[in-house]
Design a protein around this ligand. Structure first.
Ligand code: NAD
Length: 263
């Protein structure tokens, strides 16, 4: 049990397909105590309560774009744990333009700001709150989930590409401050396409899921394997890994061409 005695806050478990859902289950299997959180609107679907019961975890609502909500979340989490957190998972993404069917060449900029706020600035807000409230232990670990569209072009991923580029940059920049002051490490895990609510919201998802699966020597990494990687990153076995974007993609990011894709 590599997370024995550790305490963590997990953002973003919406339903049983969510990557955060699998991470929550694995954390508890590995001996951690967790707090689950999601946006108030996501809670109304109610599925998270089943996970909470299974994980014996409280659910604390917080909109990750609200500093007030985040402060309350970390205060309540510390009260629950009787101390600070050891790890945090940011597993949040949503594009307003994609959701409303706006193309990349005709973006609505107010919606784009909202997308950046939810999908990337929220990560800075989370770290800012942890910093300000001194709510994370020394040698703690913070992980956010990213996608390779931060580096390469995937046209249908639209403004989420810039969101992920921003998210990865926040991991590096805040990683410096949290590392220097508290030995806390900050990384992003760049995950294969995964069949979840957020994933399947992207136009043409089925095609690029299959393409990535064929291009990757190991095939697409499933959500369960992503959860295993998160566990490793929360454990004491990875204490000197920080400010990295870690590809968890079956080898996709290093491939140029795969004969399996050439007819
Ligand atoms: N599914 C994929 O193909 C894939 C690939 C790489 C990276 N990712 C990333 O993994 C992360 C998790 O996504 P997922 O695929 O598990 O989908 P998901 O839809 O299950 O999770 C997205 C979560 O974001 C939450 N959220 C949205 N707005 C919020 C807000 N204002 N405050 C707090 N929470 C909010 C949703 O309620 C939901 O729980 C995202 O960052 C996503 O971009 C997904």
């Amino acid at each position: 049990m590599i997370l024995n005695g550790k305490k963590g806050v997990i953002f973003g478990a919406l339903d049983h397909q969510s990557i955060a859902w699998k991470v929550a289950e694995r954390c508890v299997e590995e001996g951690a105590q967790i707090v689950l959180t999601n946006a108030p609107v996501a809670m109304r679907m109610g599925e998270i309560n089943a996970l909470a019961e299974k994980c014996k975890a409280p659910v604390i609502a917080a909109d990750a774009t609200s500093m007030e909500d985040l402060e309350q979340l970390f205060q309540k989490s510390m009260d629950h744990f009787g101390g600070k957190a050891d790890f945090v998972l940011h597993s949040i993404g949503m594009s307003v333009n994609v959701r409303k069917g706006k193309t990349y060449t005709d973006l609505n900029y107010e919606w784009m700001q909202k997308t950046f706020d939810v999908s990337a600035v929220s990560f800075h807000r989370v770290m800012h709150t942890l910093w300000k409230m001194d709510a994370i232990n020394d040698w703690g670990s913070i992980v956010a989930l990213s996608y390779i569209a931060a580096q390469r072009v995937f046209p249908d991923y639209s403004e989420m590409a810039e969101s992920k580029a921003l998210l990865e940059s926040f991991a590096r920049s805040f990683g410096y401050h949290l590392g220097t002051a508290k030995h806390v490490r900050v990384n992003t895990i760049s995950q294969s396409p995964t069949k979840t609510t957020a994933g399947q919201g992207v136009k043409g998802f089925a095609e690029f899921y299959d393409y990535a699966d064929k291009m990757s020597p190991l095939g697409n990494a499933p959500a369960e394997a992503c959860a295993d990687y998160c566990i490793a990153m929360f454990s004491d076995l990875t204490r000197y890994v920080t400010m990295q974007n870690l590809f968890h993609d079956g080898g996709f990011s290093t491939m140029g061409m795969n004969p399996a894709l050439v007819q």
